[in-house]
Design a protein around this ligand. Sequence first.
Ligand SMILES: N[C@@H](CCC(=O)N[C@@H](CS)C(=O)NCC(=O)O)C(=O)O
Length: 204
Amino acid sequence: MKLFITPTSPYARKVRVMLAEKHIECEIEVVPSLAAPDSPVPAHNPLGKVPTLVLDDGTSLYDSVVIVDYLDHKTPVARLIPQDNNHRALVRRWEALADGICDAAIAVVMEKRRASEKQDETIVQRQMLKVERGLRAMSEDMGESKWTAGDKFTLADIATGVALGYIDLRMSEINWRETYPNLGRLYEQLLARPSFKDTEPPAA
Ligand SMILES: N[C@@H](CCC(=O)N[C@@H](CS)C(=O)NCC(=O)O)C(=O)O
């Protein structure tokens, strides 16, 4: 199998953490520029996005939600998506919230990369509100629990940790550790795992 990534993509990091936690071997190809005409990704994914996973028989899988589901079912080692219907729905809702925070943060980054006279402040504010509400919801839902969804480490913790790491990378002005100490404790616990430590994004 081969996984196409960029080093800063939070969705690709979610998949890389999953691979490490489940001890699944996979070749990693770092794509220098997704916008470049010679990007290898569109040959496997018409959307040209990472993560894209290419299986040994040439089948390609995207997006990250589909890939993590595939990986979790590939081996029973360290199940990260619960079998129980209600618990699984909760874990996947955490994933949707975490991915949604990343979507909003990326929209802000993209808007701010435009020439200053072309930037739309209403877009920035609307997306920032999603990030802020999302972080508050995460903190409230987690409360004083050790993990986000239930009493075991799951995909919900992976997705949440990846989103927090992405906020650190792109929006370091948000002091979420001080506002939400429970999320800070969670991230510390996650960084103690080699899967998280080894996939930290390079400094912006
Ligand atoms: N929902 C997708 C989002 C993937 C995504 O937007 N990846 C970004 C990198 S962080 C990308 O490939 N952007 C390039 C583009 O949109 O052309 C997933 O979960 O995999």
